[in-house]
Design a protein around this ligand. Structure first.
Ligand code: HH2
Length: 362
């Protein structure tokens, strides 16, 4: 478990970042267009030290490579770092009870009609700018009851088969059986909110399939109880240490680091203050050397901050704001329900921060 961290601070973007890097006053965050000028050196139990990057002492410089070099492409998709640039993952929930209010089973759809609705939703997301789709058959909202893997497969497999020819798909599941069936059905990526802790066979299934994997932080291992009085010493360091541990466990099981993306798991055993701290301190997690995925879309924190307590689409504007902020802090993949709105906002953010007219708009 890492007991020392370099936390990037003093972030720059656009031409200022390029100039500061060239002048030796800044370093690139994961090799992308965001630069950091200051480093907070954190050793557990000691007072943190804030320094300009040029003066990071030699004994700390060994921590820099994963933080400043570009991570390997994820799932054959190059993680585009930088404000406005991330990959967009559209969420397709085949559930009756998703927190986001978009679960297709809630609309009472079944059989062919369900597959057609999911296909139409996925196609619309891809046309609107999604780079990949995340297909889930179990709600993991706080307090949700588990769905047996057989039922989960019954819900999602026809949809996966229909959408697989159109885009890279991830399967959002904690169950090894569902992972195996979904990968056989055409899904390419496994998205496990339990970070391979829920099902003892999951790591082997992912390793044998050679599939890219998303490891997410959840406090405890049960969505039914995760929101009961969540506590951390220091939420960013605790989540970082957890993800480092799960990364090591995945590697030990034969899943190479270059196939893994990491996710702080907003809303999974976290109060509003924890979610905000994690968004803010996302650059710290970049030091683990993997692309970072962020899922803030339509979550309860967005409702708390905005007053959109009723949930669902009412939380879209706040979700877009969170996505833009995550992009500006090094998020490489954004998991969102409102693809068109997020993609539009990201394009404008990217152009505004770079000060350049995009090539396809000249
Ligand atoms: N959030 C949800 C589900 N899966 N996977 C990752 N990697 N990161 C997340 O933040 C994440 C996730 C919850 O959102 P949603 O799918 O809208 O709700 P539900 O679980 O109720 O279906």
């Amino acid at each position: 478990m890492p007991d020392r961290w370099i936390e990037p601070l003093g972030l720059l973007t656009g031409p200022a970042a390029t100039s500061a890097i060239e002048a030796g006053l800044a370093l690139p965050l994961q090799g992308g267009p965001i630069a950091f000028t200051l480093a907070r050196l954190i050793a557990r139990g000691a007072e943190p030290l804030l320094l300009p990057v040029a003066t990071i002492p030699p004994e700390w410089r060994g921590l820099l490579p994963p933080l400043i070099e570009a991570p390997a492409p994820f799932a054959g998709l190059v993680p585009r770092l930088g404000p406005g640039a991330p990959l967009v993952m559209g969420v397709v929930n085949i559930t009756p009870d998703s927190v986001s209010g978009d679960g297709l089973l809630a609309a009472g759809l079944e059989g062919e009609a369900l597959v057609e609705a999911a296909l139409a939703q996925g196609q619309a997301m891809l046309a609107a700018g999604a780079d990949m789709l995340d297909i889930g058959g179990e709600s993991t909202r706080p307090g949700a009851a588990p769905v047996p893997p057989e039922e989960e497969c019954r819900r999602i497999l026809p949809v996966i088969r229909a959408l697989a020819p159109l885009a890279p798909l991830s399967v959002d599941t904690r169950n090894a059986l569902t992972m195996r069936e979904a990968l056989a059905g055409g899904a390419r990526i496994v998205n496990d909110v339990s970070a391979l802790r829920h099902d003892p066979s999951a790591a082997q299934v992912v390793a044998e399939a050679g599939a890219p994997l998303i490891l997410m932080h959840m406090l405890g291992d049960d969505p039914r109880s995760m929101q009961e009085d969540p506590r951390y010493d220091d939420v960013a360091l605790d989540v970082g240490a957890f993800l480092a541990g799960r990364l090591a466990a995945a590697e030990a099981a034969g899943i190479p680091r270059h196939r893994i993306a990491l996710d702080p798991g907003l809303g999974f055993g976290k109060l509003l203050e924890h979610n905000l701290a994690l968004l803010h301190r996302l650059p710290l997690l970049a030091g683990l050397g993997c692309p970072l995925l962020v899922g803030a879309s339509r979550k309860r924190s967005i409702g708390r901050l905005s007053g959109a307590v009723e949930g669902g689409k009412a939380r879209m504007p706040g979700s877009v704001a969170a996505a833009l902020f995550a992009a500006s802090r090094g998020g490489a993949i954004l998991r969102v329900h409102d693809v068109a709105e997020t993609a539009q906002a990201l394009r404008v953010q990217q152009a505004a921060l770079s000060g350049d007219t995009p090539a396809d708009r000249r």
